[in-house]
Design a protein around this ligand. Structure first.
Ligand SMILES: Nc1ncnc2c1ncn2[C@@H]1O[C@H](COP(=O)(O)OP(=O)(O)O)[C@@H](O)[C@H]1O
Ligand SMILES: [Mg+2]
Ligand SMILES: [Zn+2]
Length: 513
């Protein structure tokens, strides 16, 4: 029972997978011992105990010899459990308990339960992509992970439930048909939303603001009392954004896969995500973190909407961490050995009450907050974050007559068609640049694409002075004006576009200062 077993496995760090070589040496020795090279200490013990129990309970022997297990490359920090199935196979080969000619053709991943069952691991979509790139024939993995991995075409996804299944497959004792799914069917089946803008009665001007936001990819701040529908409206924002492409869906799915958030029935995230973390969330929870970095809410919202309800309640420091990803569409988490990047291309929607009591803008109820209390409340939002929000919109309580009206509202599909057209105009405008939406224009681009005629210029000037709109509001009005013009299929940004854009700078006005 001595020898060498070599097995390939795959691991993820962040959302990137890499292939590992697992070498198991079983040699004679005075005292039986197990040494694992390349795993942190605590994980080694657990791993050895579980592999031992799983082998015994599956009818195999755990060799009482000197065992050395080497996980290469050594310079990568590795997380324990997902290698257990491959270590077990290495041990069986090294101790001559099984013979297989197939072992080099497959990557093997899976955590072992003591009774020999194979447990789900995280990141199987990225793992399958990597195995394919590495030219492997297939990936042997926990059956529960098969649907997400099967999104990758051109590689055999071999689902196993137990350690014994794995042996039987490798030794040709029985055949396991690769798990496959029809990607285009799955994509079209799962790319529907259960909610619609039609569900929201009235609130036409908020819907308009959200349409503009979706069209130009502008971040939004909603200001309104509790119960006015801020959450309801924002939840529906993904439904009016352009449909996800398959490529985008796979990108988002890979993030959910690495976080272990995919189920059997939702192997592909084909709709734009909506995430609304509570204001007590930690920085790591929001942007990602941990010694084996996991994606945060901002990455789980990739290609979709991150909704921060009760914005002034969030920890200021936590919010400031959002600045970088809002600009670069990704978040980098630095670790001693290597840093990890998670994609984070999102639309940010913040919501808040107009004042501490909530009734400041309510025509029917009286607000007792002092200007100072209101100022304090608003100043809790970090300035740099506000700087990245182009559109402010007031959300009053819905009027009773609107709520009870039978009039049909515009559907998400109709609005999405308009939004998509406006996005196409932007794609053309920004051809060859890194970004393709108005919200990302630099000052230079704004000068180039938002020149105003004298009428519009005069209106903007007047508004800036009379409403006391700050200088930082100026460029935002131009950008939003550009998007309104795009929705209007207008080459130029005209006076009517500017006059509408000015309305979306509520927080810049005197009332709030
Ligand atoms: N315009 C509306 N049309 C239909 N229902 C609405 C509307 N506004 C609010 N509601 C109802 O009120 C509930 C509370 O709204 P919500 O979005 O949670 O408000 P907020 O987030 O502003 O506190 C919603 O779940 C919905 O049932
Ligand atoms: Mg709410
Ligand atoms: Zn108040």
């Amino acid at each position: 029972m001595t020898g060498l077993g070599k097995v390939k496995s795959v691991a993820v760090y962040g959302i990137e997978a890499y292939v590992l070589e697992i070498e198991v040496y079983v040699t004679k020795g005075q005292l039986p011992s197990t040494v694992v090279i390349g795993l942190p200490d605590a994980a080694v013990k657990e791993c050895r105990d579980r592999v031992k129990a799983a082998l015994k309970n599956s009818g195999y022997k755990f060799p009482y010899k000197n065992i050395t297990i080497n996980l290469a490359p050594a310079d990568r920090k590795k997380e324990g459990p997902s290698f257990e199935l491959s270590i077990a196979m290495g041990l069986l080969i090294a101790s001559n308990q099984i013979e297989t000619a197939k072992i080099n053709e497959y990557g093997i991943v899976g955590e072992l339960a003591l009774d020999g069952r194979v447990r789900k691991v995280n990141g199987c979509l990225s793992m399958a992509i990597k195995c394919k790139e590495a030219g492997l024939k297939g990936l042997i993995l926990p059956a529960d992970n098969a649907p997400e991995a099967a999104i990758v075409e051109g590689i055999d996804i071999i689902p196993v439930n137990t350690l014994s299944d794995t042996v039987s497959f490798l030794t040709n004792e029985f055949i396991i048909t690769p798990f496959s799914l029809n990607l285009s069917d799955v994509f079209s089946d799962s790319s529907h939303y259960d909610i619609d803008f039609m569900d929201v009665k009235g609130q036409e001007h908020v819907k308009r603001a959200l349409t503009i936001a979706a069209a130009g990819n502008h971040n939004v701040l909603m200001i309104g009392p509790p119960g006015s529908g801020k959450t309801m409206l924002t939840q529906r924002l993904p439904t009016i954004m352009p449909g996800l492409t398959l490529e985008e869906a796979i990108e988002t799915t890979a993030i959910y896969s690495s976080a272990g958030l995919l189920g059997q029935d939702n192997s592909l995230i084909a709709t734009r995500p909506f995430r609304n973390p509570h204001h007590t969330i930690s920085t790591a929870g929001l942007v990602g973190g941990g010694s084996f970095p996991r994606p945060g809410e901002i990455s789980l919202a990739h290609h979709g909407v991150l909704f921060l309800d009760e914005l002034p309640e969030y920890n200021r420091k936590t919010l400031e961490v959002l600045r970088q990803p809002l600009e670069t569409d990704e978040i980098t988490i630095s670790r001693a050995m290597s840093s990890v990047m998670f994609p984070a291309e999102i639309m940010l929607v913040g919501a808040m009450n107009p004042c501490p009591c909530g009734y400041n803008t309510d025509p029917k109820k009286e607000c007792h907050c002092s200007p100072r209390q209101i100022r304090n409340y608003i100043s809790k939002i970090s300035g740099p974050l506000l700087d990245r929000i182009d559109i402010h919109v007031e959300v009053p309580n819905v009027q009773y007559k609107d709520l009870t009206s039978d009039a049909t509202c515009e559907s998400s599909e109709e609005i999405r068609a308009e939004v998509t057209k406006a996005r196409e105009a932007q794609l053309k405008r920004f051809q060859g640049l890194k970004y393709s939406t108005n919200s990302r224009m630099s000052t230079k681009q704004i000068k180039k694409h938002c020149s105003l005629d004298s009428q519009a210029e005069e209106l903007l000037h007047q508004a800036m002075t009379e409403l006391n709109i700050s200088a930082r509001g100026y460029n935002k009005i131009l950008k939003v004006g550009r998007t309104i013009a795009d929705l209007d299929h207008s080459e130029n940004v005209c006076i009517e576009h500017i006059s509408e854009a000015v309305q979306y700078r509520n927080l810049d006005r005197d009332l709030w200062k």
